[in-house]
Design a protein around this ligand. Structure first.
Ligand SMILES: [Zn+2]
Length: 318
């Protein structure tokens, strides 16, 4: 790896990630249709190393996904010199890279990391260390018997009835609780149902939005350019919030079909994301606490085996 020549640099302010919201495309960690790429692309993450070696940088305040920075650009300010390299890989709190020049060691330095974006040929998302995806949805069908081990597969919805969507990482019906220190942004949603349907979004228990009222069989897909977010009402995430999505059958017959919603949860000045989640048994409703990356769960009360998504593992489209 080629390091630039040693260029004396005036006293540097601490390097910081430009945590801007929206408008900047890559700044928010995901790229969506309708966004132009910024001329200046901010860092994906930044900080002060707590220790290091000639080929590693440790920041004990981080909780990175393993190898999320592989291939990324790492810029370090060491003794008023700037060193630039490409990351080999990373653990939760340590980035590894080819050795620095003889005698140069990482200590307590400021640094930034920036993914080198390959040309995207389609819209996608690219989550930063502080973001996590949440999938919620429901399938109405009479193809299987109930209770069914996939919690969001549900019986046909009767005419006039309404239900909330289901968190696919836990099997727990909405409302989704967004804790203090986090914000939730609705990224995209889609549904196709064989009866006329209504869709209603409640924030903190109050009816806030109507994403759509559709006719039987209509396929709806929306990727918001200006996403719906709890940041619109609480940009600093000073309070917890709830988000609910209700689907109602306003047709004459039991309804088949599916609805899926993708949200992004983002930490706002908060250590990212708990290591456990609370999953709900589709047979008896018992809540079981499991590691966040768990897919297969056996109910501790009734022994029913069921599966959930690992939404926390999803980082980017490729
Ligand atoms: Zn159970």
């Amino acid at each position: 790896m080629v390091f630039p020549p040693k260029i004396p640099v005036p006293k540097l302010p601490p390097l910081q990630a430009a945590a801007t919201e929206g408008g900047g495309g890559a700044a928010a960690g995901f790229t969506m249709p309708g966004y132009s790429l910024p001329a200046y692309s901010p860092a994906d993450d930044a900080g002060e190393s707590t220790s290091g070696t000639k080929d590693s940088l440790t920041d004990k305040t981080k909780y990175w996904a393993i190898n999320i920075w592989q291939g990324a650009l790492l810029v370090m300010s060491i003794n008023n010199q700037i060193y630039t390299t490409i990351v080999n890989g990373n653990t939760e709190d340590t980035i590894n890279f080819p050795s620095l020049p003889q005698g140069i060691m990482v200590g307590k330095n400021s640094y930034v990391v920036k993914r080198l974006q390959p040309a995207l040929t389609r819209p996608g998302i690219n989550l930063t260390a502080t973001q996590q995806s949440v999938f919620v949805g429901i399938i109405f069908t009479d193809r299987v018997a109930f209770p069914y081990p996939v919690p969001w597969v549900q019986p046909k919805l009767n005419a006039g009835a309404e239900v909330p969507l289901i968190n696919q990482s836990t099997g727990v019906p909405l409302p989704l609780t967004v804790p203090r220190g986090y914000k939730a942004t609705l990224l995209e949603y889609q549904w196709q149902l064989d009866q006329d349907s209504e869709h209603w979004i409640y924030i903190d228990g109050a009816l806030a939005l109507c994403p759509g009222i559709s006719t039987a069989g209509q396929a709806v897909y929306v990727a918001d350019i200006v996403p719906i977010s709890t940041a619109l009402i609480d940009p600093l995430a000073l309070l917890p919030h709830t988000i609910n999505w209700i689907v109602k059958n306003r047709g004459l017959n039991p309804m088949s079909g599916a609805a899926t919603v993708v949200l992004i949860l983002e930490a706002v000045g908060t250590p990212p994301f708990p290591s456990t989640k609370e999953a709900r048994c589709p047979q008896c409703g018992t809540i079981t606490t499991v590691p966040v990356h768990t897919n297969n769960i056996t109910c501790k009360s009734c022994g029913f085996k069921y599966v959930v998504f690992d939404g926390a593992a999803f980082r980017r489209t490729t």
